[in-house]
Structure formats: C-alpha cells, structure tokens
Ligand binder design. Structure first.
Ligand SMILES: C[C@H](O)[C@H](O)[C@H]1CNC2=NC(N)=NC(=O)C2=N1
Length: 101
C-alpha cells in the first residue's frame, strides 16, 4: 500500500476554513498532530446512536477515530497513524462526520 503522506503546512493551514467545527489537537499519546471536534447530545442514547453511525463511516473509510464518550458527550480526535500526523484521510472522515452531525 502506498505510504500515506502528511498534509503540507499550507494544506494544514487551510483546515481552519475547510473544517471550521474542528480544532487542532494532539493524539491521546500526545505524539501526533490531530484535529478534534466535541459533540453534546440530548442524552446517552442519542450520543451512542451518533457513535454507531460514525463507526460505520470509519469502516467505510478504513480510517478510525480516537474518541471518548461520557453520557451525552462525544469527543472525536482524528489523525493518521500510518502518516504520523494529519493526512487527507482525516479531512475526508471529518467532512463525512460533519454531514451526519
Ligand atoms: C490496515 C488498515 O487499513 C490500517 O491500519 C488503517 C486502519 N485505520 C486507520 N485509522 C487511522 N486513524 N489511521 C490509520 O493510519 C489507519 N490505518
């Protein structure tokens, strides 16, 4: 499989406008560049229903989030392990998540 490339600095800077609901972050291990978005739902059931849909998106994209859930809150962090930072796959999954949020 071709090595997945990290975003260039200018591509990364463009994320501010391309993904306005997302913020720059680090992976949980604190190592890699990432983006994150936090969600608040009516209750746990709504939060988990959202997570189930995101899980299916992750499988479709073969790109998986780091995420946490506390009752009605979900935090999603995206980074590309294979690139050691942000790649186009993070953008694609973030856009797909934004469409169902
Ligand atoms: C073998 C499988 O395709 C790879 O491990 C995929 C799976 N999901 C992934 N998810 C994320 N976030 N980063 C990856 O590099 C990645 N690689």
């Amino acid at each position: 499989m071709a090595k997945i490339e990290k975003l260039t600095d200018s591509e990364r800077a463009a994320l501010v406008d391309l993904l306005p609901a997302w913020s720059f972050a680090r992976t949980n291990a604190g190592q890699n560049d990432a983006i994150e978005r936090k969600f608040v739902f009516k209750d746990f059931s709504e939060a988990f229903a959202f997570m189930a849909r995101v899980a299916l998106l992750a499988e479709k994209h073969d790109h998986h989030p780091e995420w946490t859930n506390v009752y009605n809150r979900v935090a999603i962090t995206l980074s590309t392990h294979d690139a050691g930072g942000l790649s186009v796959r993070d953008i694609q999954l973030a856009e797909a998540i934004d469409m169902i949020a």
